[in-house]
Design a protein around this ligand. Sequence first.
Ligand code: HEC
Length: 165
Amino acid sequence: MRRWIKVLLVVLGALLVLGQVLPFPRAENPPVEAEVPAPPQVRAVLRAACYDCHSNETAWPWYSGVVPAKWLVRNHVREGREHLNFSTWNRYSADRAAHLLEEVAEEVEKGSMPLRSYLLLHHEARLSPEARRLLVDWARAGGGGEEGRRPREEGREGEAPGPLP
Ligand code: HEC
């Protein structure tokens, strides 16, 4: 075997071992701060199809501890939460929440969420046409609820609360 191939293999092996041993990217479930405002049927679909990546209630599979799946799974969850986290819905302003719901409707309608690679191993997360319709209608209607969302007046300009009764 050529010398450089050996060197390459040793380096690759070392990287794999290092990746396996290091705790990064982390597999953590931070505290749940909020519930997304949704009727029970919608919430059930979100939980089944989206919560592994878009909430702090991720069910970490065993292979999320094993390189190289570890990198893929943990990065998907990290990125997914960064974009949209139903467990910290309380932190979104009303505008941000409305925008995210539009995105939800769009992604689900296009069929680009849940991620395809996820569906390969999570058949239960596949959306039936009815479940897809349910999610899209709910998201298009703006979530249809204030539950869990920050009160609208908070932190918004030009909307000083009226005099106290
Ligand atoms: C396997 C992990 C995974 C699952 C499951 C998943 N997502 Fe995602 N989602 C991601 C990642 C990663 C991103 C960011 C990168 C991208 O857009 O592809 C993302 C991005 C998004 C965005 C874009 C947010 C923005 O900032 O514009 C929306 C909306 C979204 N997902 C909705 C959903 C919905 C709704 C479901 C369930 C029906 C779902 N996702 C299921 C991983 C996931």
